[in-house]
Design a protein. Structure first.
Length: 280
């Protein structure tokens, strides 16, 4: 912690004789530390500066780092657990993965096998992560759904990302919104909406295909009232609101605008029952 505090003060520059790899090894070792000062401030910001802002790591170093971040001791460390501190390791492993994918997106350096491994790892993580708490009273930010969304937003923009991958990501998003565990309250809906907004903005899928997917999100509103469909309905409603207001008054096209508004209306149970005079 003392070393990283000093590096932060010195604008993330290393002193003579210091090796980048030595610090990367320690940062990976403590990436899930329950102390928010170390994990969420120092290690987070140092990875961000060295990978995203300064581009300090070579392509070979990025490949090596990515292989570690996607292993069973980092991205999949105790995957599936719901109430323990292992979420810190997973959620803070996926953030530097997002920045590495961003580097690849701008100047590809991963080969086909490496990209396939990356794709499968991110989709698996978003499907299997069950600790979806945002901010923890003890330990600070976990925010796994938001951090994973950042990585998926980079993934869908990679040159290797074809229509099949876009649909896999949409399915993973629906699974996250319909997670059966957590109603999101820490603006995860905004981060998840960024993925679909990017698909729209870059015409990564035909409008009708995204509109059909939005329609599929609303099927939970037809289910008998219980906790699980309520989680799906509220998360999907908030997601669609975030997506709609992302661009203010700028239209996404008649098909998409209509799909978003119709989806939100169907999911907004409170508005429906008040209009029908059934509010209790």
């Amino acid at each position: 912690m003392t070393d990283l505090q000093r590096i932060e003060k010195e604008q993330y520059q290393l002193r003579e004789g210091e090796q980048l790899q030595d610090f990367l090894t320690l940062m990976l070792q403590f990436i899930g530390d329950p102390q928010p000062e170390l994990r969420a401030k120092l290690i987070f910001s140092t990875f961000y500066e060295w990978i995203h802002e300064e581009g300090r790591l070579t392509e070979a170093e990025l490949r090596s780092l990515l292989a570690v971040l996607t292993d069973e001791q980092h991205l999949f460390y105790h995957i599936g657990s719901e109430g323990d501190e292992s979420v810190f390791t997973r959620a803070f492993s996926v953030l530097p993965i997002a920045w590495i994918v961003g580097r690849h997106r701008k100047k590809p350096f991963l080969d086909q096998a490496e990209f396939r491994h990356l794709k499968h790892s991110l989709l698996r993580y978003y499907k299997e992560e069950k600790n979806l708490r945002g901010y923890l009273p003890e330990g600070g930010w976990a925010h796994s759904a938001a951090h994973g969304a950042d990585a998926l937003e980079e993934l869908v923009q990679c040159p290797e990302s074809d229509a099949a991958l876009q649909h896999e990501v949409l399915a993973a998003i629906q699974g996250m919104l319909h997670n059966g565990i957590q109603i999101f309250s820490e603006e995860e809906d905004e981060r998840i909406a960024s993925i679909v907004d990017t698909m729209m903005d870059n015409d990564l899928l035909p409008q009708q295909e995204i509109a059909d997917w939005i329609g599929g999100l609303t099927h939970c509103a037809d289910l008998p009232q219980s906790r699980v469909p309520r989680i799906a309905r509220v998360n999907s409603k908030n997601f669609l609101r975030s997506l709609y207001f992302r661009r203010g008054q700028i239209s996404r096209g008649k098909v998409l605008d209509a799909a978003i508004l119709a989806g939100e209306a169907k999911l907004n149970r409170l508005a429906r029952i008040m209009i029908a005079g059934e509010y209790k």
